[in-house]
Design a protein around this ligand. Structure first.
Ligand code: ATP
Ligand code: MG
Length: 364
């Protein structure tokens, strides 16, 4: 066998490995078959080593067959991973207190996306604001209201190794969303998907590139897919991402009127004798978001239940509570005293001003 023939075999192997690494399975299969053909020809020309070359040729034919199986498996793997992202949404607009402006703007943007309109629909929507203000709730309510397939994903999940080849997963996600449309794709913590981050490896950069390209392809697609994203740190988004999210909606902390509504939502099903305005004012003073209001109500209710059912505090008596109806009384202002002390807001006045400034500059 001469040097040229050996080189041909070597090149064949290299091309095969490269195609595999790129996920080009059809191409890899063709290369494997070409390798086998080459080896069979060489076998007929080099009789002294023909048995070795024929054996290698058969090994390549087997490789070509295995690729077929691998391709099928890969496809299932992606679909399974994406299916985990499909969430059942039961949140309705009535479960969200306050945020009348944000609700209106989201509805308008979504309406433009799904109706036949002379105006080109927006590519993506960004919900931004302090933690716990109802951004995820808004996304769920949109999906539920449209009876749409709801894909909910955290950017950190997309970046995690668990998802492996995430750039392919992102393409598969958008493709499945189109198939199952109308769909809402909700990407939380979208600020972590910025190219500026030094910690990103090549795979993560590829994934973000794919995501940006998929968003660009949005308006040409036929299926109705709505892209909603959310962040607590809008200032960390880079130009590439921000320009693809032209509808930016501020989801602020509640004012007193909104806080009353949120208290009412979380007091549903409970009896109470409360001055809701007074509670709402206290919550606003403490810079509470909806999440903190929900927590305060939970703590106050726990206190009431403990008082009415002392056995709750006794580990030995817990088994006797199985199936037993707990004693209750209406919640009173007093139950909230300790709760307010325990629940702390995660934001400061200065941070709120930063959100407001960003909203003035960038929001619609
Ligand atoms: N406007 C609201 N009305 C009623 N409940 C609310 C509201 N905002 C927040 N909550 C309560 O707080 C919880 C958290 O809300 P949500 O997950 O929507 O916040 P978020 O803005 O997405 O927060 P994060 O930025 O931390 O992701 C909700 O499950 C709900 O119990
Ligand atoms: Mg959220």
């Amino acid at each position: 066998m001469d040097r040229l023939q050996l080189l041909q075999i070597q090149r064949c192997e290299e091309e095969f490995e490269k195609a595999l690494a790129l996920g080009q399975y059809d191409r890899a299969r063709l290369i494997a078959l070409r390798c086998s053909e080459l080896l069979r020809r060489l076998a007929s020309e080099n009789l002294s080593v023909s048995h070795i070359l024929l054996e290698q040729a058969r090994a390549w034919e087997q490789k070509a067959k295995n690729i077929h199986k691998r391709k099928e498996k890969r496809k299932d793997e992606y679909v399974d991973k994406i299916k985990i992202l499909i969430k059942k949404s039961t949140v309705t607009w009535n479960d969200i207190g306050g945020l009348s402006e944000a609700k209106k703007l989201v509805s308008q943007a979504v309406g433009l996306s799904i109706a036949k309109s002379p105006v080109e629909p927006p590519q993506g929507i960004l919900l931004f604001g302090p933690p716990g203000t109802g951004k995820s709730l808004l996304a769920s309510a949109v999906a539920n209201g449209l009876n749409a397939t709801f894909f909910s994903v955290k950017a950190s999940d997309l970046l995690s190794k668990y998802f492996g080849e995430s750039s392919k997963l992102v393409s598969a996600l958008f493709s499945l969303a189109r198939q199952l449309s109308p769909s809402v794709i909700f990407i939380d913590e979208v600020d972590s998907l910025t190219m500026k981050r030094t910690s990103l490896d090549d795979a993560a950069r590829r994934m973000i590139g794919t995501l940006l390209a998929e968003i660009d392809g949005f308006k040409d697609s036929t299926g109705k897919v709505i892209l909603l994203t959310a962040t607590n740190a809008p200032w960390d988004l880079d130009e590439a991402m921000l320009s693809r999210l032209p509808i930016r909606i501020y989801v602020p902390l509640p004012d007193v009127k909104a806080a009353v509504e949120i208290f009412k939502i979380h007091l549903r099903g409970l009896q109470y004798k409360l001055n809701l305005i007074k509670l709402a004012k206290e919550a606003v003073k403490r810079l509470y978001s909806g999440r903190e209001i929900a927590n305060v109500v939970k703590l106050a209710s726990m206190k009431m239940l403990e008082e009415m059912n002392p056995e709750l505090m006794d580990p030995l008596k817990i088994p006797s509570l199985t199936g037993k109806e707990l004693a209750v009384r209406p919640l009173e202002m007093n139950d909230f005293k300790e709760a307010f002390k325990k629940v702390k807001s995660p934001v400061t006045k200065m941070e709120i001003r930063k959100y407001e400034k960003w909203a003035r500059e960038f929001a619609i």
